[in-house]
Design a protein around this ligand. Structure first.
Ligand SMILES: C[S@@+](CC[C@H](N)C(=O)[O-])C[C@H]1O[C@@H](n2cnc3c(N)ncnc32)[C@H](O)[C@@H]1O
Length: 260
């Protein structure tokens, strides 16, 4: 039976790649690299760099494939559903045409496959289609949340308190009830601008772990405009942006900044 390795590769620094991931990449006969678009080009380059650095298996080969664009007309859920099924059809075709029976194929997944990533859901769609059998193994990776906290040298949670991980779209609708600490990802709407508590601390990071990394932190009321401007300039310079942030409300002075 074919085997699919879903390998977390970390959030942008090739040194995030774990020894477990390196060993998995070296077990693979085929390494799948998604390409397309300006942002994808950067992400694809990092995946190629990781393969160049760490893959010493002379009989493995890289197969690049184009990722279809998600349609933005119609409902968000409907668009995502159709997009996932389109990618499932691509995976199915790659498994059937590029990976022989009893071979191992690796998918290099940004960050960790369990966090805001649909690879594992899509792989289940492939299985449900029923035309190709395969086993699956997941190798965890460093997430962008861990990379963000490391760059700011802060703990993710306050002692005994919960942290909610959410999206920009959701935060723009309302602050999640019952928590004061939130991580915001996938923010295409700059939801931090809608946060009214000017005293809340924000720890923002773009392209964290990559040579393009930018971080800013402080009270939202004081750094909001600086983040807006920094983000705008970075996006203009690079053609794309990938950012994540932690917002911490109601912190006492001694636990507030998390800095020395
Ligand atoms: C589709 S999710 C993938 C998350 C990934 N699986 C992880 O473990 O971090 C993409 C979002 O992750 C965040 N992200 C990923 N890499 C990042 C990085 N290097 N710097 C800042 N944010 C990042 C951004 O919020 C981006 O919109």
């Amino acid at each position: 039976m074919r085997k699919l390795l879903v390998v977390g590769i970390g959030a942008g620094n090739p040194e995030h790649v774990t020894i477990q991931a390196i060993n998995a990449l070296n077990r693979a006969d085929v390494l799948l690299i998604p390409v397309k678009g300006e942002e994808k080009a950067f992400l694809a380059d990092l995946r190629r760099d990781i393969c160049e650095r760490y893959v010493s298996n002379p009989s493995s080969r890289i197969v690049e494939y184009a990722v279809p664009r998600r349609r933005s007309d119609g409902s968000y859920e409907g668009g995502v559903h159709d997009w996932h099924h389109a990618i499932a059809a691509i995976y199915e075709n790659l498994l059937l045409t590029e990976v022989a029976e009893n071979q191992i194929v690796a998918l290099l997944v940004w960050g960790d496959p369990s966090l805001y990533d649909s690879t594992l859901r899509i792989v289940e769609h492939v299985r449900a289609r029923g035309s190709v059998e395969f086993g699956i193994e997941v190798i965890p990776g460093i997430t962008s949340i861990q990379a963000l906290c490391a760059s700011h040298a802060i703990p993710l949670n306050r002692i005994g308190l919960p942290v909610e991980i959410t999206t920009g779209r959701r935060l723009a609708q309302e602050w999640p009830p019952g928590v004061d600490d939130i991580i915001v990802m996938l923010d295409g709407v700059e939801a931090y601008r809608t946060v009214e508590s000017d005293d809340a601390e924000i720890y923002w990071g773009a392209y964290v772990g990559t040579p393009l990394e930018i971080t800013l932190s402080g009270k939202i009321g004081e750094v909001r405009e600086q983040i807006v401007e920094t983000r705008r300039r970075a996006r203009e310079a690079n053609g794309w942006i990938m950012d994540t942030y932690l917002i911490r409300r109601n912190s006492s002075p001694e636990e507030g900044s998390g800095e020395q």
